[in-house]
Design a protein around this ligand. Structure first.
Ligand code: E4P
Length: 243
């Protein structure tokens, strides 16, 4: 079942967010440390705070994910509290585990969601089974990295279908975000497979929208309109046309 939410933008660039938000086609934004540094956020905490608040305000009340920058449990908790205090629509991204594995991260997820009323997006997951455990821990969002799964030679759609079926069977309210988009087709195929949300890089939205044959068709309409309405009448105001 799930409840389709729609497309999130996977970016830290306010101008891209503004552009697609104005079209009414996005439902949230996700960032991570790699995205923020690539998108020009330099200057430490002050810069991260400014950019995060700017995006959060731009899309409010839609959600923004901001990821912790450390791997130590206490520091993660502190950062999570700080991000959540920056804006009411910020949720905290916590990786499923650290670079050496380990189980502490899910405990943090559980504490934030159940004891501190902070929404969490569990990230960097490559399988349905990881996402299931994150959902069990209480995560609001579970993020599967579809493009990275495909790059390892597995079909991300199979993991999404499995996860959808499992979360539905358990009656879990966790929302499935599929990210790591690599091609336009990913957006539709991951929704069809059962994602609630696909978070995409902005560069894929324009080719999703613009079709060469639509361009040609609109050009045909415009050329034929020119035959219908003589140039001297083209500027006529609707009120005059009615008379
Ligand atoms: C999801 O929330 C992540 O930000 C993201 O999609 C990472 O994708 P990548 O594989 O392009 O780094």
């Amino acid at each position: 079942m799930g409840s389709l939410t729609g497309i999130f933008l996977d970016t830290g660039r306010p101008e891209e967010i503004e552009k697609y938000h104005a079209l009414g086609i996005i439902r949230g934004v996700t960032t991570n440390p790699t995205i923020l540094s690539k998108d020009g956020v330099t200057g430490g905490w002050g810069a991260i705070e400014r950019r995060s608040k700017e995006i959060a305000e731009l899309i409010h009340p839609l959600p923004l994910s901001v990821e912790v920058t450390v791997n130590e449990p206490e520091e993660m908790l502190e950062q999570a509290r700080m991000f959540a205090a920056w804006a009411p629509n910020i949720n905290v991204k916590i990786p499923i585990h650290g670079p050496e594995g380990g189980t502490e991260n899910l405990q943090i997820v559980h504490e934030l969601e159940t004891k501190e009323d902070i929404r969490v997006n569990v990230t960097a997951m490559m399988s349905a089974q990881q996402c299931l455990l994150a959902a069990m821990a209480g995560a609001t969002y579970v993020s599967l990295f579809g493009g990275r799964v495909n790059n390892m030679g597995y079909d991300a759609r199979q993991e999404i279908r499995r996860l959808r079926a499992l979360l539905d069977a358990f009656g879990s309210p966790a929302k499935i975000i599929v990210g790591s988009t690599r091609e336009v087709l990913n957006i539709i195929e991951w929704f069809e497979a059962g994602a609630d949300i696909v978070t995409t890089v902005p560069q894929l939205l324009e080719p999703m929208l613009v079709h060469p044959y639509s361009k040609e068709t609109v050009q045909m309409f415009l050329s034929d309109s020119a035959k219908l309405v003589p140039p001297q009448e083209r500027a006529a105001r609707p009120a005059r046309l009615m008379a």
